[in-house]
Design a protein around this ligand. Sequence first.
Ligand SMILES: C[S@@+](CC[C@H](N)C(=O)[O-])C[C@H]1O[C@@H](n2cnc3c(N)ncnc32)[C@H](O)[C@@H]1O
Length: 322
Amino acid sequence: MSYLEATNDLYKEAALTPDVGLCCTTNPIWELPGLKIPRIMQEMNYGCGSTVNARDLTNNPKMLYVGVGGGMELLQFSYFNRQKGGVIGVDVVDEMLEASRKNFIEAEAQNDWFKSEFVELKKGDALNLPVEDNSIDVAAQNCLFNIFKAEDLKKAIDEMYRVLKPHGRLVMSDPTCEQPMNDTLRNDDRLRALCLSGSLPIAEYVKALTDAGFGTIEIRARKPYRILDPKNYPTEELIYIESIEVAAIKDPMPEDGPCIFTGKAAIYYGEEPYFDDNKGHILLKNQPIAICDKTAGALADLGRDDIFISESTYHYDGGGCC
Ligand SMILES: C[S@@+](CC[C@H](N)C(=O)[O-])C[C@H]1O[C@@H](n2cnc3c(N)ncnc32)[C@H](O)[C@@H]1O
């Protein structure tokens, strides 16, 4: 059996019998006026963070969500996009599609504003999406892509890139790990399907996105996720896994490379009211400006003693350079 088949089997089980501890997020559910998330959706929250932010949902975007789980995020997105078929949900596991379909009926009963028809559920594979080219404004996946091995991950990202409109965004949450993992862990299909042994270091994860052509990357959050310890897992050392929330925007690739925002800021504290680098960045005196890592490097290379550049906070929420 291939690791993809093992993954399908695991999520078939998780669809038939909700497993509260399957994936694990510390993110609270959305608390918004008139939005009620049915308990069954919360029990089937198999994500590892949040994906789309409310600010991604302006102007009725056409949305795609791959790997539907219990449907909780689809319901949350529908809150801002109340139109028939406004959100397409794709999953390869029939039982998961069926479970989410049932959960939407429960959501209708608890939310006056919600209609199941807001979500169009489609059977399909992340590696071959049943979606037209350049048709989606906002695409999302939560805790699925980390399961894929390198070649499949590339296919999945290329597929998302294909279906997004120019300047559309792919918003994701996945586990990441900065430590090496041994081959026993890496090749354990069940641990991989459980989102425990497929994760990449952040830099490799980001490179997979920029290699596909995404010109802007935002790392929006970085949080503790899981521990693999020698008593419970085939590892001799303790392995710390985090989860990150990332947006990859289908902006054209800048000639000097992608803009990757990791939460750095620059603060000018010299004698003048502002500093202008003549490359489009104006730093007002003593006011932080969010900068991408490329701009951080260019400002640092100036060797000035009146510009402070912060470390990456891995908490970027918009604005700034580029
Ligand atoms: C870890 S769960 C995450 C579910 C949901 N995103 C959430 O946050 O609760 C992975 C989801 O991806 C689905 N899935 C697994 N392999 C897939 C594939 N190749 N293509 C599309 N969906 C897949 C599973 O059925 C499951 O719904």
